[in-house]
Design a protein around this ligand. Structure first.
Ligand code: NI
Length: 172
């Protein structure tokens, strides 16, 4: 397993739509292993393949709390097939927007269809933090970031800050 570098905004790749995975081969398995390694190392509770520069519909999640056993779940080609009217608000962050947190309102429960690493089609009912996380990660596959769900004023401010920081990095 290898950790891979995580893309940070304003990297344009984060705004692209990821392609469906066809055959789940050794390349995809290696990608998933590396994504878990990268996610745990960060540390984070979710990661989308595009965050490590791979434009494929693959996400990894582990919402186990500290001290609990790990509960890694890899979702290939995930899609939301139902969402509750009831919403919940979480303070979200993103490994591609380091050290920035803002409250986001999303459906409290979602049903997600996906393929597991054996290619089997599965469905899971998500609620609580898992529901928020899976929606956040599926957004990444469509080029959407959690800051797209906050006010334009706040979004413009954070994008400006990271664009400035990227310019400074490039200048060194
Ligand atoms: Ni994210």
């Amino acid at each position: 397993m290898t950790t891979r570098p995580i893309l940070i905004i304003p990297d344009h790749q984060l705004r692209t739509t990821s392609a469906p995975v066809g055959k789940i081969d050794s390349e995809i398995r290696k990608l998933v292993e590396d994504m878990f390694e990268t996610m745990y190392d960060a540390p984070g509770i979710g990661l989308a393949a595009i965050q490590v520069g791979v434009q494929k519909r693959v996400i990894t999640i582990d919402v186990a709390r500290e001290g609990e056993d790990k509960k890694p779940i890899a979702l290939i080609n995930p899609e939301i097939i139902a969402a509750s009217d009831e919403t919940s608000v979480y303070s979200e962050g993103c490994l591609s927007i380091p050290d920035y947190y803002e409250e986001v309102e999303r459906p409290a429960r979602v049903a997600v269809r996906f393929q597991d690493l054996d290619g089997a089609v599965r469905e899971v009912e998500a609620e609580g933090l898992f529901a928020t996380c899976v929606q956040h990660e599926i957004d990444h596959l469509n080029g959407v970031l959690f800051i797209d769900h906050i006010s334009k004023l706040k979004r413009d401010r954070v994008i400006k800050k990271f664009t400035k920081a990227a310019r400074h990095t490039a200048a060194i």
